[in-house]
Design a protein around this ligand. Structure first.
Ligand code: NAP
Length: 480
C-alpha cells in the first residue's frame, strides 16, 4: 500500500466513451492510491488545449492521458519529452511536475503488447491503415515486433508520406484508393483510422482474397467488434481489437504518476469488456430544479462529460405528438385539447389553468408512459456502456420519484435571476409563472434534499466547473 495521491484525467473530444477513467480507478483501488481522475472535454484546437493545460497546472494535476484530437498538441505543449514521444512526435501521456510538463507516448508499448499476444504466424509484411495520431506508434510497435516490411496507406496521402519519411523502416506508401486491390501479400493489416468507431462510417474492405493466416487488427474498441473485425471473423481470420492496446498503454502513465507499475490482469480485461458490452448499469443520476433554474444547460454540461441524458419534458413532447403514446388516452379525458391528431400543449395548459382539479387524471395517464420512456433510455445508456445516465425530472421531489437514483443533483440560482429568465420566455405571464411555482417545492427544501447542488447564476465556465466536480465525485463514489 502506498500513500500516493494524484489528480489525473483524460483530455480530448469526445471523452465520454473513454475507458481510461475505469482502468485508472481499477488500479487505484488495487494499489490503495487516493486521488481522482476526471473527464476533461476539450472541443477546440491547439489554443484551447494549451488553455486546458495551463488550468490543470494551476489546479495541481499530477498528469493526464490525452486522446483524439489532441495528441500532437500535447506533444507540442510539453517542455520535455521521452525519447519515444520524440520519435513519434505525438504524446498520449503528460506528467506535470515542478511547474513543467513532460510528454510520453505509451501507445507503442500498448500496441506492441497487443500484437505479441496475438502471436501472428508470419511477420513478413504488414499494412497500416491511417496516418493520424496513433499510426506512428503502431508502425514502431510492428517494427519492434519483427515485421520485415511495413506499408502504410492513408486517405490524405501526404500524411502517409510524411510518416514514411520519418521512419526509414516503412517500405511503401500505398494509395488509399488502391490498397484494397491486393491484400494477398500481407500477414497482418491494422486499422488505425477512426472508420468503424461508433458514429463513424465503417471501413469496408473485401477480405475474400486475403491469406488464411492473416491477422486483422483494429485499434478501435468502441465498438468492441468493428465492421472490419466482424468481416474478418466471418472470413475465419485471427483478429484483435484496441482493448488490449488501451489497457497496456495505460500502464506507464499510472507508473509515471504514482510510482507503481500496475498489471493488466484478466480480471481487468473482463471488467472492461463488461462495461463495453453493457453488462454494468450506469450510475443513475436525477437532475432536478424549479422552472428557470437552468437544468437544460446543466444537462448539456453533463452530456459533454460523457453522461447519457434523458429529459422528462422532451419525453412528454414525444408522447403528446401526433402518433404519440399518450394522445388517445388524453383525448378521451379532454377532447378539447386535441389539435391535428396531437395534444396541443397550449390548449392543455389553458385547460388545466381553468380546471386545476383535472391534474390527477392527466397524471394517472401520462406518468406511467413517461416512466416507461425513462426506463428505456436507461437501458440504452447501459447498452452504450455509459458510466452515468442523467435524468432531468422537474418534479422529482414533488412526485416522490427520487428513490431509484443513486445521486440527486439540484440546479439552483438566485430568485431574481430565475424570475427574469422565466419571464423572458415567449408567452409567459405572471399568472402562469405563479401557478407553476405553486406546484413546486420551496427552493430551500429542494437544495436541502439534494446530494449535490449546482449553481447557474455564475458564469457558464464556473457552472461547468461545478458540474465537472459533481460528475467526478459521483463517478468516484458509484461508477468504478
Ligand atoms: P487522428 O489523429 O484523428 O487520425 C484519424 C485517422 O483516421 C487519419 O488517418 C484519418 O485520415 C483517418 N480518417 C478519418 N476519417 C476518415 C475517413 N472518412 N476516411 C478515411 N480515413 C479517415 O486519430 P488517432 O488518434 O490516430 O485515432 C484513430 C483511432 O484509433 C480512433 O478511433 C481512436 O479511438 C483509436 N485509438 C485507439 C487506441 C487504443 O489504445 N486502442 C489508441 C489510440 C487511438 P486523414 O489523415 O486523411 O484525415
Amino acid at each position: 500500500m502506498t500513500q500516493a495521491r494524484f489528480r489525473g484525467g483524460i483530455a480530448g473530444w469526445p471523452v465520454g466513451h473513454s475507458l481510461s477513467p475505469v482502468i485508472n480507478a481499477w488500479w487505484r483501488r488495487e494499489h490503495g492510491v487516493t486521488g481522482s481522475y476526471e473527464h476533461l472535454p476539450c472541443e477546440g484546437g491547439e489554443e484551447e488545449f494549451r488553455g486546458l493545460i495551463a488550468r490543470l497546472k494551476r489546479d495541481d494535476f499530477t498528469g493526464i492521458n490525452v486522446t483524439i484530437p489532441h495528441k500532437e498538441n500535447a506533444y507540442r505543449a510539453a517542455d520535455t519529452a521521452s525519447d519515444r514521444a520524440k520519435a513519434l512526435g505525438v504524446a498520449n501521456t503528460l506528467v506535470f511536475s515542478g511547474g513543467g510538463v513532460h510528454a510520453d507516448n505509451t501507445d507503442e508499448e500498448g500496441f506492441h503488447a497487443a500484437v505479441m499476444a496475438a502471436e501472428p504466424d508470419r511477420k513478413t509484411r504488414a499494412l497500416v491503415l491511417g496516418a493520424g495520431g496513433a499510426a506512428p506508434a503502431v508502425c514502431m510497435a510492428l517494427h519492434r515486433a519483427g515485421f520485415e516490411t511495413i506499408d502504410v496507406t492513408n486517405r490524405t496521402r501526404e500524411r502517409a508520406e510524411a510518416l514514411a519519411a520519418r521512419f526509414g523502416f516503412l517500405s511503401t506508401v500505398v494509395d488509399w484508393s488502391d490498397f484494397v486491390q491486393d491484400l494477398s501479400a500481407y500477414d497482418l493489416i491494422v486499422n488505425t483510422t477512426s472508420l468503424g468507431m461508433h458514429g463513424q462510417p465503417p471501413l469496408a474492405i473485401d477480405l475474400s482474397g486475403v491469406p488464411d493466416h492473416m491477422v486483422v487488427a483494429d485499434i478501435i474498441y468502441t465498438p468492441m467488434e468493428t465492421p472490419l473485425l466482424a468481416a474478418a471473423k466471418a472470413r475465419g481470420l485471427k483478429t484483435f481489437n484496441g482493448l488490449a492496446m488501451l489497457a497496456y498503454q495505460a500502464v506507464p502513465g499510472f507508473e509515471h504518476w504514482t510510482g507503481i507499475r500496475p498489471t493488466v490482469t484478466p480480471e481487468l480485461m473482463a471488467h472492461l469488456e463488461d462495461r463495453l458490452l453493457g453488462r454494468i448499469a450506469p450510475v443513475a443520476i436525477a437532475l432536478t430544479g424549479s422552472i428557470g433554474m437552468g437544468k437544460s444547460t446543466v444537462a448539456d454540461m453533463f452530456a459533454r462529460l460523457g453522461a447519457q441524458t434523458w429529459n422528462a419534458d422532451e419525453a412528454v413532447h414525444r408522447l403528446y405528438a401526433e402518433g404519440g403514446a399518450a394522445v388517445e388516452a388524453v383525448s378521451e379525458l379532454f377532447p378539447d385539447v386535441i389539435k391535428n391528431g396531437a395534444v396541443s400543449r397550449d390548449k392543455l395548459s389553458a385547460h388545466l389553468l381553468a380546471n386545476p382539479g383535472d391534474f390527477p387524471a392527466l397524471e394517472a395517464v401520462v406518468h406511467p408512459l413517461v416512466a416507461q420512456d425513462r426506463a428505456l433510455a436507461f437501458e440504452r445508456a447501459q447498452r452504450a456502456g455509459a458510466l452515468a445516465c442523467v435524468m432531468d425530472i422537474p418534479l422529482l421531489f414533488e412526485k416522490h420519484l427520487e428513490t431509484p437514483f443513486q445521486a440527486v443533483v439540484v440546479v439552483t440560482a438566485a430568485e431574481a435571476v430565475r424570475r427574469r429568465r422565466v419571464m423572458d420566455r415567449p408567452g409567459m405571464t405572471g399568472e402562469k409563472f405563479n401557478a407553476i411555482v405553486a406546484r413546486q417545492m420551496p427552493e430551500s427544501e429542494k437544495t436541502a434534499r439534494a446530494d449535490y447542488v449546482v449553481r447557474t447564476d455564475l458564469s457558464l465556465q464556473e457552472t461547468a466547473a461545478e458540474v465537472s466536480d459533481v460528475y467526478r465525485l459521483i463517478l468516484e463514489k458509484y461508477a468504478y
